[in-house]
Design a protein around this ligand. Structure first.
Ligand code: GLU
Length: 521
C-alpha cells in the first residue's frame, strides 16, 4: 500500500505541477483549513493550518478558512474567535473565510444547509444515495444485535433497495428519513495519498454512512454530517489539496467515493502523521501540558517561535536550516519536504526557537512584545506613554540576548522600575575581598559618578573601567559590589555600566550611596 502517488492518475499531475514552480502550467493550489469550532486552536491545528497556508502561499494560490460547525452539540462558544485571533497572531492569512467573505461563501457550514440539501437529494435522484426511513430505535436494536453476535457495527441496508418511486412518495408524505450513501458492495477503493501512496480500502468494510441527518421539526433544512458536507464544500470551493491530520485517513475512501459519484475531480490528499508527545510515546494530548495556542502566548512564546517549531514537526528543507521566519518558510516550503513518520513535540526546542526569534526582533518590536507583560506587572501604564516606551527601549539591549520567554521580562528588570529590594550588606562584598576594600570601591564610585556631567554609556564605560587599576583590584572586586548596589542582586541583566546608563546619574548615585551607608552599617 505504500509508495508514491501512481503516475497514471490525474491527481498525480496536480501534485507534480504544484511542485514545479517554474512550470508554465502551474496550478495555483487552493488549500483550506476546516476546523470544527469544538475547542481552542492548538498545536495540531496550527501545524495543519500552517502547511495548507504555506503550500498555497508558496505557489501563489489561495488559503481558505472554513468553519465546519454542523455538529452543533459539540460547539464551544468562543472557539471560532479564538481560532481566528490565534491564527492571525501567528501570521497565517486567508483570502477567503468567515470574517473576510469570498466568492464561494458563506464559509460557515451552518449557513450552507440549503446547498447540501439540494446536492444530496440530487444524489438520491441519481440513485447514488438513498433515503433511509429506519427509526433510531430500530438502529439501536440492530446495533445491540450486532454487538451480541460479535459482528462489526453497521447499517444492514434495509432501505437501500426500496423502489425509488416508493421512497419519493414516503419522503413527500413527510416520513422522517436520513440520506445514506450507496457504497459499492465489493471491490476496493484506492485512495492516493501524497505521503503514503496508494491505500486500498475493501468496499465491503465500508458502511452506507449517513450524509444528511433527519430534518428536525421546525427546521427548514436538514443538517449534513461531516462526510456529507466536507467533500461538497471542497468541490464547490475548488480545493486542490486537502492537507489534514492522519485521523481523517479512514474518511478518505468515503470522500473519494462521494467526489466520484458526483463526477467531481478528486483533490490531492495529504494526511499528516500524528504529533507525538514529548516522550515519543503516543499522540500529543492535553496531558502533555499546554497545547492551546492562547496559553503559549500567555506564557511568553512568540508566534514566530511557535510557527518555526511546528513547521519543523513534519517538514524539513534539504539544507537542514532550522530558524525560519514565516516569509522564509513560504519561500522554501514544498510538499516534498514533508515527512511520513511522526515527530515528537519538543518543548525545549520550542524554548530555544523562542530565544532565537527574540534575538532576531528589531529592538522596537521586542519592546512592543514585552509591553503587555510589563503592563500586567504594573511597571508600565496602559496605554504606555512615550516616555515609558523610550525608557523601555533603553532596557531592551540588556535583555534581548538573554531572555527565552517574554514572561520572564518583568522579574528580570523589576529593579529598573522600582527600588532595589533589601539585601544583606555582605552581598556587596565579593569573595577574597575585604569589607574595607569594598568600602573603597563604593566611595570611589560615588565620587566618580558625582563628578560626571555626561552620564552616557560611553562615558560611564570609560570612567568606571579605569577604577580597578586605580584601586589595584581585580575587575570582579570592583564590578560585583557595583552590580549589587545598583540592582540589589548578584545576577542581573546587562553589564553594571549598562544598568547605570539606564538608571541615569541621579538614581545611580542614590543607590551607590545607599549601599555605602549599608556597608558602613
Ligand atoms: N472539521 C474537521 C476537523 O475538525 C476537518 C477535517 C478535514 O480537514 O477534512 O478537523
Amino acid at each position: 500500500m505504500q509508495g508514491k502517488v501512481n503516475s497514471s492518475t490525474s491527481m498525480e499531475s496536480d501534485t507534480r505541477s504544484t511542485e514545479v514552480k517554474s512550470s508554465t502550467t502551474i496550478i495555483k493550489p487552493r488549500c483550506r483549513f476546516a476546523p470544527s469550532p469544538t475547542g481552542y486552536a492548538h498545536l495540531g491545528s496550527l501545524r495543519t493550518a500552517l502547511y495548507n497556508f504555506l503550500l498555497a502561499e508558496s505557489l501563489g494560490g489561495e488559503f481558505i478558512l472554513r468553519i465546519e460547525d454542523t455538529d452543533q452539540a459539540r460547539y464551544v462558544p468562543g472557539s471560532v474567535e479564538d481560532i481566528i485571533n490565534s491564527f492571525k497572531a501567528l501570521g497565517i492569512r486567508w483570502s477567503e473565510g468567515p470574517d473576510v467573505g469570498g466568492p464561494y461563501g458563506p464559509y460557515y457550514q451552518s449557513e450552507r444547509l440549503e446547498i447540501y440539501n439540494k446536492l444530496l437529494h440530487q444524489l438520491v435522484d441519481e440513485g447514488k444515495a438513498y433515503p433511509c426511513f429506519c427509526s433510531p430505535e430500530r438502529l439501536e436494536e440492530l446495533r445491540k444485535e450486532q454487538e451480541a453476535a460479535r459482528l462489526p457495527p453497521g447499517y444492514d441496508r434495509r432501505c437501500r433497495d426500496i423502489d425509488p418511486a416508493e421512497a419519493r412518495r414516503r419522503m413527500e408524505a413527510g416520513e422522517p428519513y436520513v440520506i445514506r450513501f450507496k457504497m459499492p458492495l465489493e471491490g476496493v477503493t484506492v485512495v492516493q495519498d501524497y505521503l503514503r501512496g496508494e491505500l486500498a480500502f475493501e468496499n465491503a468494510t465500508l458502511d452506507d454512512h449517513v450524509l444528511l441527518k433527519r430534518r428536525r421539526e421546525g427546521d427548514e433544512y436538514a443538517w449534513p454530517t461531516y462526510h456529507g458536507c466536507s467533500p461538497i464544500d471542497d468541490h464547490l470551493m475548488h480545493i486542490t489539496h486537502i492537507i489534514r491530520g492522519d485521523e481523517w485517513l479512514p474518511s478518505s475512501p468515503k470522500h473519494k467515493l462521494l467526489f466520484e459519484a458526483s463526477d467531481w475531480e478528486v483533490p490531492v490528499f495529504v494526511h499528516l502523521p500524528i504529533i507525538l508527545s514529548p516522550s515519543g510515546k503516543g499522540k500529543m494530548s492535553k496531558r502533555d501540558g499546554t497545547t492551546a495556542i492562547r496559553d503559549f502566548f500567555k506564557e511568553g512564546y512568540l508566534p514566530e517561535a511557535l510557527v518555526n517549531s511546528l513547521l519543523l514537526l513534519g517538514w524539513s528543507s534539504s539544507t537542514g536550516k532550522e530558524v525560519y521566519t514565516m516569509e522564509e518558510a513560504i519561500a522554501e516550503f514544498s510538499l516534498e519536504g514533508l515527512s511520513k513518520s511522526p515527530a515528537a513535540f519538543n518543548p525545549e526546542k520550542l524554548l530555544w526557537f523562542n530565544g532565537m526569534h527574540i534575538r532576531r526582533l528589531e529592538p522596537k518590536e521586542l519592546a512592543n512584545r514585552c509591553l503587555p507583560y510589563l503592563q500586567e506587572a504594573g511597571y508600565v501604564g496602559a496605554p504606555c506613554t512615550e516616555a515609558e516606551f523610550d525608557y523601555l527601549l533603553k532596557i531592551i539591549p540588556l535583555i534581548q540576548e538573554r531572555i527565552t520567554l517574554l514572561s520572564e521580562v518583568p522579574a528580570q528588570v523589576d529593579f529598573l522600575y522600582k527600588d532595589v529590594e533589601d539585601y544583606a550588606p555582605e552581598l556587596l562584598i565579593p569573595k577574597k575581598t575585604s569589607r574595607e576594600e569594598t568600602l573603597q570601591v563604593l566611595k570611589h564610585a560615588v565620587a566618580l559618578a558625582g563628578t560626571m556631567a555626561d552620564f552616557s554609556l560611553e562615558k560611564i564605560n570609560a570612567e568606571f573601567h579605569s577604577l580597578p587599576d586605580k584601586l589595584g583590584m581585580k575587575t570582579g572586586q570592583v564590578f560585583m559590589p557595583l552590580r549589587v548596589a545598583i540592582s540589589g542582586r548578584t545576577v542581573s541583566p546587562g553589564s553594571s555600566t549598562e544598568i547605570m546608563a539606564v538608571l541615569g546619574k541621579e538614581r545611580t548615585l542614590e543607590r551607590l550611596k545607599k549601599a555605602l551607608a549599608r556597608l558602613e552599617g
